[in-house]
Design a protein around this ligand. Structure first.
Ligand SMILES: [Zn+2]
Length: 90
């Protein structure tokens, strides 16, 4: 096995694992609040809700966000194509 083949197989397997992770567990821990849902403000150190996760402690993974964006764009394109073409057979 050449080093290039090993590097390619490693990259492909890491991609497959990440896609499966985004499919099985679409939400990950919020890094801003360490999955607590609250944060301390900078000036007065008051406890407030985390703005990134809106207090849930979870965030949508980047891969899942990309999948959702592509899926919704494809649905809108299909709906536009269906509305544009006249119905012929009924
Ligand atoms: Zn958070």
């Amino acid at each position: 096995m050449t080093p290039e083949l090993i590097a390619a197989l490693t990259a492909i397997s890491a991609t497959i694992v990440y896609v499966l992770l985004c499919w099985v567990l679409p939400f990950g821990r919020c890094r801003a609040c360490s999955s607590k849902g609250t944060r301390h403000t900078l000036l007065l150190r008051r406890v407030t809700f985390c703005r990134r996760c809106k207090g849930s402690g979870l965030r949508l993974r980047i891969g899942r966000r990309i999948y959702n964006t592509v899926h919704h764009a494809r649905e809108q394109a299909d709906a536009a194509a269906r509305a544009k073409t006249p119905e012929t057979t009924r």
